[in-house]
Design a protein around this ligand. Structure first.
Ligand code: SAM
Length: 412
């Protein structure tokens, strides 16, 4: 058993739910050791592979714990840890610091270098710039700190005054995400494209273990973000939309993906078709889907918070649409299959933290149809996070007036 630290992204609660779902679905026998704000510490029976870690949209780095002590390590110990197992003539080491571990990291680096030089070991340090205490992903990737013989060491002081030393084993490929987000040929800010990382999270929540036989439908596929991410993650993807133009946009984006991320070509190109979710499905070649994952219509784009009257109007039309969609999804979803989808959550004021969500009518309606709602926060994490009473989670960029409320339903 070894302990790993998952460094969680911008929505730690959602990220933790994703990590937990994916880890428990495999054979890693995870046990939560601790969870503090941005970090989740988990014991695993073996090191998780890159393929699994690459799937996690909400985890930006993963590190293996090397040492946990109740006092900070002398430089000699650090020098030894850094040079252990390295016979390379030259290598690079980065240090990221969380909490007050070292007062003067630059001096520590100079001292370590001196000790190692006296032993004939040549190495170079990369340290965070300016006021930063953590190396950014670009620095880790550029210097290949996550790959031997190089190292990124994270030094952490916990709230319980423990000192943790950990070595990075994985870092999110920020350039690949940026490319998939902004370089696709068909883009339209007004349609409100989903960030690829959130698309991954939604897919993982619905299908924590993925194989190419499993089919996933996005019935409001828009420009195809969920289709592209699911395809990369190894699922058989299907997409539909009411709009022919959107289907064409998805098609262009998926063809672009197959050229720019050729690894997807091991699997069939996602299938696309036009379908109004207010109507029952007519012709779907794949009759039953293992999961349905979607970010549907969230209302028209807005430039200021909505008044009560406006909220009522838009809520009514959205509830109507999703009632029809829930009804029409039911016959094409396998028994026991999950439906993960987003509803709008309107920020109450421009810089506020509170949101207005749709009335519970829709969730009650889903229950009557034959879905059971699953709490997004797994029981194992329930004591560690303050759960919301609806069992959902809200994902919103800090400056966004409309966030996404994520809901997980199971066909019973
Ligand atoms: C917010 S966009 C989805 C964006 C998508 N997640 C992406 O990343 O590109 C909502 C989509 O729902 C589609 N839509 C709206 N009403 C629909 C309906 N009744 N049936 C099917 N699709 C619908 C729109 O055409 C639009 O493409």
């Amino acid at each position: 058993m070894e302990t790993y630290i998952f460094f969680l992204g911008s929505n730690p609660q959602l990220s933790a739910a994703e990590v937990w779902g994916v880890l428990t679905a495999g054979e890693l026998e995870p046990k939560v050791i601790g969870l503090t704000g941005q970090r989740m510490e988990v014991e695993l029976n073996q090191e998780p592979g890159t393929e699994l870690l690459n799937r996690l949209g909400g985890t930006d780095r993963v590190a293996r714990v090397i040492k946990k002590t109740n006092k900070v390590w002398p430089v000699q110990d650090l020098a030894e840890i850094i040079s252990t197992g390295t016979s390379a003539p030259k290598f690079v080491v980065g240090i990221s610091q969380y909490g007050d571990v070292f007062e003067n990291i630059k001096k520590i680096a100079v001292d370590i270098k001196k000790i190692l030089r006296s032993k004939g070991v040549k190495m170079r340090f990369v340290l965070p710039g300016g006021k930063d205490t953590r190396l950014n992903a670009a620095q880790v990737i550029f210097n290949k700190l996550h790959q031997p013989p190089n190292k990124e060491l994270s030094v952490i002081k916990t709230a319980a005054n423990e000192y943790v030393l950990a070595e990075t084993i994985f870092v999110q490929d920020i350039a690949a995400y940026a490319k998939r987000d902004t370089s696709r040929p068909a883009r339209d800010a007004r349609v409100g494209m989903l960030p690829p990382k959130l698309a991954q999270i939604l897919i993982n929540l619905a299908l924590p273990e993925i194989n190419p036989e499993q089919s996933v439908l996005d019935p409001f596929c828009g420009m195809g973000t969920i289709l592209q991410e699911g395809w990369l993650m190894g699922a058989r993807m299907f997409g539909s939309d009411i709009s022919e133009t959107m289907i064409e946009a998805s098609r262009n984006n998926l063809l672009w993906l197959s050229t720019n991320f050729p690894e997807v070509n091991d699997l069939l190109l996602p299938e696309l078709f036009v379908q109004d979710m207010r109507q029952p499905f007519r012709s779907v070649r794949q009759k039953l889907f293992d999961a349905v994952v979607t970010e549907g219509y969230l209302g028209n784009p807005i430039s200021s918070p909505l008044s009560k009257r406006e909220l009522n109007e838009v809520s009514e039309s959205i509830i109507g649409l999703y009632q029809d969609a829930l009804k029409n999804i039911l016959p094409i979803l396998k028994n026991g299959g999950y439906l993960v989808f987003c509803l709008p959550a309107w920020r109450s004021s421009r810089r506020g933290y509170s949101f207005t969500v749709l009335s519970p009518t829709l969730l009650d309606f889903a229950g009557k149809l034959g879905y059971s709602q699953e709490h997004l926060l797994p029981d194992a994490l329930a004591g560690l996070f303050q759960a919301n009473s609806r069992g959902t989670m809200i994902y919103a960029r800090p400056d966004a007036l409309v966030g996404r409320e994520i809901i997980k339903l199971r066909k019973v």
